[in-house]
Structures are given as C-alpha cells and as structure tokens.
Design a protein around this ligand. Structure first.
Ligand SMILES: NC(=O)c1ccc[n+]([C@@H]2O[C@H](COP(=O)([O-])OP(=O)(O)OC[C@H]3O[C@@H](n4cnc5c(N)ncnc54)[C@H](OP(=O)(O)O)[C@@H]3O)[C@@H](O)[C@H]2O)c1
Length: 327
C-alpha cells in the first residue's frame, strides 16, 4: 500500500511516500480501507517530534481515517466486512491506503456524511464536545468566546456552542475565517489580529459582563487577553497552543476573577473513560442524523500533498478542516 512515512523528526517536507505491507488487525482491531484521512494540528507536532507521546520512528502520521472495513481481528463482533466507518487510529497511522483501529474508536459513518467529512469528525467534534460539555459545563445563554474560530476545532466549537444554547463570540485572524465562523452560527465576530488587545471588545459585546467560557486552542497572547475579559466565575478552556507559546497563569488574576482555568486532554479522557467518550460521540452522531450538526466541507489534498496542507495550517491560511484523499 502507499503510505506517507516520517523517518526522522523534522519539517513536513521530510515526509516520504513509501510502499508498505498492508497491516494486519490485532485482536480487538479492524482493518480499514481508507478513502479519506483528516489533517489535525497535532500531526505537525508529531512529525516535528514535539508532541506528548510521539510514536517511535519510523511511523505513518495521521490520526483519523474513513472508509470500509476489510478485515477484523479476533474478538470483533461490532463490525462486519464492508461496513462504512470512520475511526481514530490511535494517534498515528492514517496517512496510508489501509490503517488499523481499535473497535472502541470506530463508528459507523452516518449516510448523511460523505467520507471526506466523516474522516475529520471524531477528533475535532469529540474534543470540542468534551471541552464545552464535560469540562466547561457551558449553559444556555452564557457568552462563549471562541478563539481560532475559523480553524479546524474552532468552527466546530462555534457550531456546538450554538447548539448548546450559548451566545457565541468568534475571534479569528482573517476575513475568510470570520465568514466561516458566521456561517456556523457565530452571533458576533472580530479580528484579533487587528484587535490584539480585545478585552474591551469582549466587554462591550457582552454589556460589560465578559466571557463566561473561553475556548482557547491558540494560547500565547490570546490566552493572556482572555484572562482580562473572563467574567466572574468564568471558565477558560486550555485546549491547545497553536500560537506556539504556552502561556503562564498569574494566580492573583485567577483569584480576583473567581475564574477556573480548565485543562482539556481528550486523548486521555478517551483512554480513561471510553464509555463516556463513546456516549459523547453517539450524541454528536445523533445530531448529524437529525440534521442539527452540519460538518464543514473540507479542503481536499492528495496524499502526496500532506506537507503542503501542513504548511497551510502553519501559515494560518487554511479555513476549517483539511481532508486527505487516500486513493
Ligand atoms: N486538548 C485537546 O483535547 C485537543 C484536541 C484537538 C486539538 N487540540 C489542539 O488544538 C489546537 C488547534 O487545533 P486545530 O485542529 O483547531 O488547528 P487549526 O485548524 O490549525 O486551527 C488553529 C487556529 O489557531 C490560530 N493560530 C494562531 N496562531 C497560530 C500560529 N502561529 N500557527 C498556526 N495557527 C495559529 C489560527 O487561527 P487565526 O489565523 O484565525 O489566528 C488557526 O486557525 C492545536 O494546538 C491542537 O493540538 C487539542
């Protein structure tokens, strides 16, 4: 099979197209003939060797795939040959024509979801749901500030936040990204590249109240500013550090604001409480079936264009999600 291999940690350009044997599913796994994979920000960190829990070299990056079950390992009764599925592949392995996944992370893909959209569903929506529902306990009517709101997880956070009844304020760094956030239901938008000191903007948009919940996949200066506009008893979700700077928290600000700084680590949540994680996904898939969630149409790249797609993420020019055509 064709696969994209990371042989040494480095930049996206160091990835190499390679022929590899088709993997065999172990007990409790299924083998998926992948049609589309999804690109996630952590794929870049994994190729750079800076992600927590990098696999040993050489490895095939990519954490999600969608396609058809072609073989099942012993003990698997939940899926049959030919089933149309989407899956998390255990952190890596999906940038290839075939990938194995543990049954706990495989889902039947709703017919309403084309495979290019199904491929990018689990990690992003699953993480956003866990962040907003389990960690922030977002309530209807609360003000939700979404940073990086035109990015992969950001557009999903806008959409899920609206479904949960929040008033969503979207912050992003370009007109295209703000338009995407609007398309997914944002009530208010502003460009935080033009307004890096956005405390007053958020205060004005909330009648002086501030943001009850901040979804922060960006970190750095955006996190610092969030701490200035968080409402009393608000929650800041420490979700990611796309800016490259891990912020430090002055504890006196947390005291004065009476706010919570809340960590989100969906990978560990899924490993530690697989039943809860699966129930979250079932809720999300029920919303898709009911037409209440409409995942973004991804930008599609070929398998040999993964380095280009990664560069677009790094350069902040990609709006929404990227899908990788595998065959
Ligand atoms: N905690 C969890 O469980 C969990 C789960 C999934 C992902 N994550 C993390 O969440 C973060 C975002 O993931 P994503 O899939 O949404 O990524 P993404 O699609 O690349 O979006 C991230 C956004 O961050 C903004 N950004 C600001 N400075 C940036 C910079 N220097 N380089 C690149 N982007 C920058 C960009 O928006 P603007 O241009 O509008 O600023 C970009 O759209 C990553 O750090 C990822 O590891 C965490």
């Amino acid at each position: 099979m064709k696969a994209l291999v990371c042989k040494a940690f480095g930049t996206p350009d160091s990835l190499a197209m390679t022929e590899l044997p088709v993997p065999e599913p172990a007990a409790g796994e299924v083998l998926i003939e992948g049609h589309f994979a999804s690109l996630n920000f952590p794929d870049i960190l994994m190729v750079a060797g800076t992600y927590q829990g990098c696999p040993p070299l050489p490895f095939v990056p990519g954490m999600e795939t969608a396609g058809y079950v072609r073989a099942v390992g012993s003990g698997v009764s939940e899926f049959a040959l030919g089933d149309r599925v989407m899956a998390r592949t255990g952190g890596f392995g999906s940038f290839a024509e075939y990938a194995c996944a543990p049954v706990s992370d495989v889902y039947h893909a709703p017919q309403a979801l084309p495979l290019e959209m199904a491929a990018g569903f689990s990690v992003s929506y699953g993480s956003v749901y866990h962040a907003l529902v389990d960690r922030a306990r977002l309530q209807p009517g609360e003000n939700l500030l979404v940073l990086g709101a035109g990015g992969g997880t950001g557009v999903n956070a806008v959409e899920v936040g609206k479904l949960l009844g929040a008033r969503v304020i979207a912050a992003a760094g370009s007109a295209d990204k703000l338009a995407a956030a609007r398309e997914f239901g944002a009530d208010e938008v502003f460009n935080y590249r033009e307004e890096p000191h956005f405390r007053d903007t958020v205060k004005n948009l909330t009648g002086g109240h501030g943001a009850d919940v901040v979804f922060d996949p960006v970190g750095g200066d955006a996190f610092d500013e969030s701490l200035r506009c968080i409402a009393w008893a608000g929650r800041i979700l420490v979700f990611g550090f796309a800016s490259g700077r891990i912020p430090q928290v002055p504890a006196n600000h947390v005291l004065v604001k009476g706010c919570d700084i809340v960590g989100v680590f969906t990978g560990a949540f899924t490993r530690k409480t697989p039943g809860k994680s699966r129930r979250n996904m079932e809720q999300l898939l029920a919303w898709v079936e009911a037409g209440r969630l409409k995942p973004p149409v991804p930008v599609i790249y070929g398998l040999d264009q993964v380095p280009l797609a990664m560069r677009h993420l790094q350069e902040r020019t990609l709006v929404g999600k990227a899908a990788i055509r595998l065959r």
